[in-house]
Design a binder for this molecule. Sequence first.
Ligand code: DHB
Length: 392
Amino acid sequence: MTIRAILAGVAGLAMTVAGLQTAAADDVVKVGLILPMTGPFASTGRQVSAGAKTFMAKHGATVGGKTIELVIRDDGGVADQTRRVAQELVVNDGAAILAGFGLTPLAMSVAPVSTQAKVPTIVMAAGTASITKASEFITRTSGTLPQYSLPVGTWASQNGIKSVVTLVSDYGPGLDAEKWFTKEFTSKGGTVTEAVRVPLQNPDFAPFLQRVRDAKPDAVFVFLPSGVGSLFMKQFNERGLADAGIKLIATGDVTDDDILNSMGPSAIGTITGHFYATSHDSPENKAYVEAFKKENDGMRPNFMSVGGYDGMALIYAALEKTGGDASGPAFMEAVKGLSWTSPRGPVSIDPETRDIIQNIYVREVKEVDGELHNVEFATFEALKDPEKAEAP
Ligand code: DHB
């Protein structure tokens, strides 16, 4: 054989292999799941990915005639990494859908990629209201801070709390929480005497808690991202705020089910608002908790895991509707108005904003069968994100 013939043969083979790969790729929808699997927010990555895997273990990997392939990538919680990994997934690995996003800045960094490549992007964890406005290809299965902070303001105003100091992490979701708790609480006659903001990275709450103690409000309203609540609760007790008669009210991120049980009895009595509690009483949630624990060595599922589970539910329902078409415009059209029963209760995707509409529950930390739980006692039904209702 001449060199030319060999080269022609190799080229032909290469073309055949490429052809086969394209054919195989046509049957596969690759979902790039980008999460902080390492670093200070690794618990978010662990929970979201476990929720997504639990969904696939239950429903299989085929939908709309396609095989779903989940590719999990770690961004370490660093926004530059999130964007780089997203670009790689889309350009080199042929990912048709991007998902995950453990913190607001990580989700925001990907929005330009979503828009330019027209890639459906499912935010499963981050909660700043404005994220879904950053690209028309973004939808969300977690929740928004305005959505689950407002009901805490309502509860406080109806339960004898007159003065509050707010204490939030100083970035997107914290500012949303501060704004919407305050707006609701003050419109119902309450007073916010001070708004304290703490750094997101490596927070030491002691000096801030001292300020709260000195201000002597009836209650302190808190938002901190998932995983940080344990340290806060410890310092809250060490500074003697509970002994000073200052009640702790918060978003459910603070009494995150992933860490709540290790917080100890001082967490008992904390009132929070959120979209999911492990103890949510429904047949769907019982089945979910059981399946999740079985898949994940007995780990307790928190709200992040449900964002991951429902993110996959959304992807499957949309692909079912489009007959397996994951292209941006078709997929996003299919997402609008989707509704299903989540472990958290009934949910739907607002066709106008692509954000999730869901129940928000007011809960109290209680000991149940020797474990600490967020026990739901009031429901705000089918809440839309209030920030977008105000400024669409
Ligand atoms: C965000 C992160 C969290 O861990 C959380 O519980 C809520 C919001 C965020 O960065 O958007």
